[in-house]
Structures are given as structure tokens and as C-alpha cells.
Design a protein around this ligand. Sequence first.
Ligand code: ATP
Length: 275
Amino acid sequence: TTSGRGVQISDTSVDFEDIGGQSAAKKELQEALDFLLYSERMKELGIRPLKGILLSGPPGTGKTLLAKAAARYTNSSFLAISGSEFVEMYAGVGAERVRKLFHRAKDLAHKQKKSSAIIFIDEIDILGAKRGSNVSHHEYDQTLNQLLVEMDGLGLEQEIQILVLAATNRADALDSALLRPGRFDRQVKVDLPDKEGRLAILNIHTRNKPLAEDVNLEKIAQETFSFSGAHLESVTNEAAVLALRDDAQEIEMKHFREAVEKVLLGEKLDRKPTV
Ligand code: ATP
């Protein structure tokens, strides 16, 4: 079937506790999610339903994790798709995919006996970039319009509540129509972790790894300024691989040090201009 193309349905096994640092983002997000949890009260008070939340920040900082944790927190079904999945050569295909996505979310919640579903759209900027800047982007416009139509149609009177979480690392490039009230009217900033955040992330990703006496994660956290959560996850994995190569029973500090270098080097290589 084409309806399932690119859509990932995942179990909601991520907990807010599995996300290191990001305490401000977590708090803001949880507050917003309470709108979904208490939708009955919202209805009684005539409060406008929350339909969309925008997560913005650099790559690898945990936006996808936050979306998954949001689904768990609200006991919602979870569907994820990337903005790039809507990019098609043929007119109307992207818009049709958006329509199907919302249908699918409702179906899934029904099947899973949930009263709400969270749709996570990664790289929303691909379809939600400022309109009219380029005539050849007509097809994206149709897709974006369909997304807005779907979101405008969401409401408290629906049997299944749908909340759209979208992620971008270029919030400034988004079409203002997306950010209007009743659409993505809440923004949660997800920044690179500070030292404490980095330590929390290192702790999470070494939970099930044997560490030698000499390992000082605080020191590693101190020395990994500007690393994202994804980078830090790589460091812990790389350190374990290096320990394996040394035939060591435990991961030692030198493995972490070398792993940091490797991840740094990988980043530098990525940033080299391609000729
Ligand atoms: P992108 O913008 O590239 O999609 P993202 O912000 O959605 O990135 P995630 O996909 O959530 O980032 O993170 C990628 C991986 O990095 C996670 O699966 C996890 O292993 C690790 N990670 C990132 N941030 C954190 C965090 N705050 N705590 C724990 N792990 C993290």
C-alpha cells in the first residue's frame, strides 16, 4: 500500500526520564501536554484546543525522543514521518499523503484503544518553508495547505484528539501561517545540552555498560562542550567498541578520551567542503 509509505509507527517506550538535560523543554512540553490530558476540562471551560507544538533546535538534541515521551505521557498512539516524505514530483501527491496521515492516526488510535494520537513531523521546514519565495515550490504549497486544513479541522468535539508535534532546526524559515493561533502556536526550544545536561546524557547511555574505576564522566562532560545528545551517545558507544578492541572487561577512561577525539574528528570531516 502507498498509504503507509514513510510513516513509522512506534511503541512509546521512551520516558521523559530517558532524556538527559533539557529540563526547560521537558517542563514546557509537559505543561502543554496537560491540555491533552485534561481535554474534558478544557471543553467545559471553552478553552481553544492545543493542536500543534513546534520543537526547534539543532540536530541530535532529543526532539524525536521528546515527541515519543510526549506520546507515552499522554497515553497516545504515535506516528512519525519526515517532511521529506511529502516531497513529490506530481501535483497533489504530497497533499494526499497528508490527508492519509491524519486518517491513519485516527485509525491507529482506534485500533490501540486510545483516545488520542500524536503525529510527529520531523524536518517540517521542508514542507513548511515560507511560501511564495519560489514559484517552483507550488507543490509544497499544496502540501502545506493540506496540513493547515487538517489542523484547522482538529477539535475537542472529535472522538479522537490529535496533536501534531513538529521539529525543525530552522524555525525562522517557517511560513508564518504555520505559527498562527490554533496551529503550531507553542514553541519549545531544544538547545544543545550544558555541562550538567551532558553528564545526565552520558549517565543515561552508560547505564548498561561496565565502567572501570578510573572513568570520570563529569570530566568527559566538561570536555565535550558543543556536543549534542546524539554525539554523546556516539561517544559512549565508540568507547565500548574501543574497549572491545582492547579486549578489556570494562570501559576505561582512555577509551572515552579516544572516543571523544573520534567523534570530534568525524564532525570535522563532515564539515569539510565537498569538492
Ligand atoms: P534530528 O533533528 O537530527 O532529527 P533530534 O533532535 O530529533 O535530531 P533525536 O533523534 O531525538 O534527536 O536524538 C538522536 C539520538 O541521540 C537519540 O536516539 C539518543 O540516543 C541521543 N540523544 C539525543 N539527545 C538526547 C538526550 N537529551 N538524552 C539522551 N539521549 C539523547
